[in-house]
Design a protein around this ligand. Structure first.
Ligand code: AMP
Ligand code: GLY
Length: 432
């Protein structure tokens, strides 16, 4: 069969790499892809927002299955549009993708379904939000522990964690008055700041059956020790000891099952990858957010460990027969992904720097270099984004996987390349 992967990040490279290992797959296309997917699959120059172009390509080329990687085309209803044309596509409908596309929708649903999450208020009006903060914290010096969030998609940037009243007022102004996040800021949320370890629990569901994947931990802040500005994610590892078997059962029972049911009751049945971003607080796990797709970079270490044919899992989801699937098989060994980024990221950065050492890194045992922001310039691989590569490795222990990944990182060079040095160290305090 022929498969089309939509997207151009590290997640989509990992998806294309894994899907192409299926004995049932003859050809994998990636739209628009990057320099890494050009090597493991065939790139087609169609943007993720070009619904008509993607549908035409799928029809003209006899694509049997389309796998949509990023959230924006899902929220825009790409899966609905493909299904309306008789094409098979993996991912939630546009209505179901609102779970990520609107934080207000998500919070309301969590509230209705009694799922633990930070207490919150939603505002349509910036002045009202401003008054709320001023009334609640009348003393400007008083510590303020709130998070201000733009309602819509903002590529991870529309969330502002505030420690002072002034920061909260500035955040409201940026979202509601200056409209820094465009239409995503038409509504905003002010919620309680939660304290604890963060973890990502991803599940695949056809709307009835829920297959939970091993828990992972992302590293959102740019610098070591979780300091510096927030990024799209500087690395991840899986499984994480911060979620043990008992905690996983609690998350399934208290978060995943009620959300899948609530989506069904809301007549927005959810099919695809359900990603719960969680804070493990002293009062138990609480939902920070839901995503409606694989996490990036969590997808890379997850898929490296998956032994089951991913195409079987995807097809069973699309066809609503996940309950018939054998339990997923995983490599016992942990894996980690270290993101290598451009100088300046998450601020502005230069593109077009030539990357060397990729083959030497890839040749190391149990290492795969997934590309994110790369492109081909003639036959040279050059940087083309903020997060450039996701160097992913497995090992007999988390520390061995870490050693292996950083050994590969050392082989790779371009001017200004950098990465966090402490990916997976959060696991240390939990390992006996
Ligand atoms: P989100 O996109 O909603 O996951 O937010 C991005 C990041 O902001 C999360 O990964 C957390 O690190 C942080 N964050 C979001 N909501 C909260 C909260 N209520 N309390 C503390 N940190 C939060
Ligand atoms: N790793 C965080 C995300 O994919 O949103």
């Amino acid at each position: 069969m022929k498969v089309l992967v939509v997207g151009n990040g590290g997640r989509e490279h990992a998806l294309a790499w894994k899907i192409s290992q299926s004995p049932r797959v003859t050809e994998v296309f990636v739209a628009p892809g990057n320099a890494g997917t050009a090597r493991d699959a065939t790139n087609v120059p169609i943007e993720v927002s070009d619904q008509a172009g993607l549908i035409k390509f799928a029809k003209d080329n006899g694509i049997d299955l389309t796998v949509v990687g990023p959230e924006a085309p899902l929220v825009d209803g790409l899966v609905d549009a493909m299904e309306a044309e008789g094409l098979r596509a993996f991912g939630p409908s546009g209505q179901a993708a609102e779970l990520e596309g609107s934080k207000v929708f998500c919070k309301n649903l969590l509230h209705t379904a009694n799922v633990p999450t930070a207490t919150y208020r939603a505002f349509r009006d910036g002045d009202e939000a401003n008054r709320y903060i001023r009334d609640r914290y009348s003393d400007p010096q008083e510590p303020v522990q709130v998070v201000v969030k733009a309602d819509g998609l903002a590529a991870g940037k529309g969330v502002i964690v505030c420690d002072t009243r002034e920061q909260a007022l500035v955040a409201i102004d940026r979202i509601a008055s200056r409209r820094e996040f465009g239409a995503a800021g038409k509504e905003l949320i002010i919620e309680e700041k939660l304290i604890g370890q963060e973890a990502s629990v991803l599940a695949i569901t056809d709307g009835e059956t829920i297959l939970t994947l091993p828990a992972a931990q992302d590293h959102k802040p740019a610098h070591d020790g979780d300091t510096g500005p927030n990024t799209g994610g500087m690395g991840a590892y899986c499984p994480t000891p911060v979620i043990d078997e008992e905690m996983m059962q609690r998350i399934e029972a208290d978060v995943l099952v009620p959300v899948v049911h609530a989506m069904k009751r809301a007549r927005r049945p959810f099919k695809g990858v359900l990603y719960a971003g969680l804070m493990l607080t002293p009062a138990g796990p609480k939902v920070l957010e839901f995503n409606v797709r694989f996490g990036d970079p969590e997808c890379q270490p997850l898929l490296m460990r998956l032994q089951t044919d991913l195409v079987d899992v995807i097809e069973a989801t699309v066809d609503g027969r996940l309950s018939e699937l054998e339990p997923l098989q995983w490599d016992e060994r942990p894996s980690i992904c270290v993101v290598m980024a451009s100088e300046g990221y998450p601020g502005s950065y230069e593109k077009g720097r030539e990357i060397t050492g990729l083959d030497r890194a890839d040749a190391i045992e149990d290492v795969k270099v997934f590309h994110a922001g790369t492109t081909l310039d003639d036959d040279k691989v050059v940087s083309n984004g903020g997060r450039v590569l996701g160097v992913t490795a497995m090992g007999n222990s988390i520390s061995n996987a870490k050693l292996q990944a950083y050994t590969a990182v050392k082989e790779i060079r371009w001017p200004g390349a950098w990465c966090r040095k402490d990916i997976s160290d959060k696991a240390r305090s939990y390992v006996s």
